[in-house]
Design a protein around this ligand. Sequence first.
Ligand SMILES: Nc1ncnc2c1ncn2[C@@H]1O[C@H](COP(=O)(O)OP(=O)(O)OP(=O)(O)O)[C@@H](O)[C@H]1O
Ligand SMILES: [Mg+2]
Length: 276
Amino acid sequence: MRIRLSKSIILDLMSPQVLADGFRAWVAGESGSGKSSAAMLFASQIVEQDGQVIVLDAHGEYERLWEVKPGAVVKLGYGSKPVDESSVEFCMELVRQGKSVLIDLSHWTDLEPPKLDAFVLDFIRELYKLRRECPRQTFLIVEESQNFMPQQQESGQAQNIKVFLGIMTGGRKYGLNFILCSQQQSLVDVRAIRSCNVRVFLRISDEGDWKKVRAYMPENLSIGFKAGEKRNDITKFKSGEAVLVCRWIGEDKRVQLALPEVTPRQPLIEAMKEVH
Ligand SMILES: Nc1ncnc2c1ncn2[C@@H]1O[C@H](COP(=O)(O)OP(=O)(O)OP(=O)(O)O)[C@@H](O)[C@H]1O
Ligand SMILES: [Mg+2]
């Protein structure tokens, strides 16, 4: 299963090395930098090649992924009946059938974090159990991953993080792969970030976030806040421009990610277009 990331970079997700290590990507960047588009770039090519993708879609943006292969993708929510706490079994049945499943969680994301946490925790536990019994390459996209793996833990969250980290590291043996997106690097648990073997750094202009992210970049990359390097500074990257750190593709590189054919839908912008 070959994924085109840019004009010149193709990553084979089924190469022996990737299969042995498991695929765990961390996609970091500020709002509008292209995180969801980067995740969509992976997702659309995986679905095209009959792979299985599951999206925990915090903002209800991935609906168009369905268009890539309508028979193989099921979307839950997105204006139809939203998932609720009792939907885990239904979602799992679709996963068992081999479908790619887009789960719109936007009705809970900002307003009801406890329900969101409970659903996600229950779902990933069931997913892990299924893949342990029945291994298959599955790619789980987690938007706003700081919600589930926060660095600063509120009471009760420690258990969620433990489960998530365990599943992230243990899941590779059973085909569970991850793409984590977050615009707030400084809020994500460092253990989750460290466990990722693919790192995509998009535009980051907040100095606090940049300092945090810098620690995960190679020393010799000539980008950053240093004087004299402003022209090709990560703080000014265009959308989709990124530093890619991944030993499977060799040297760390600055790249322009290929824009996916289906881009994430931005509900507010689209709704505003309809009004005007
Ligand atoms: N490879 C690319 N080349 C050019 N433009 C791109 C590329 N990827 C994304 N874009 C554009 O960048 C904009 C923002 O993309 P996206 O929604 O993926 O950002 P985001 O980082 O997920 O933002 P948010 O944190 O708000 O969810 C979109 O208008 C998209 O069309
Ligand atoms: Mg996004």
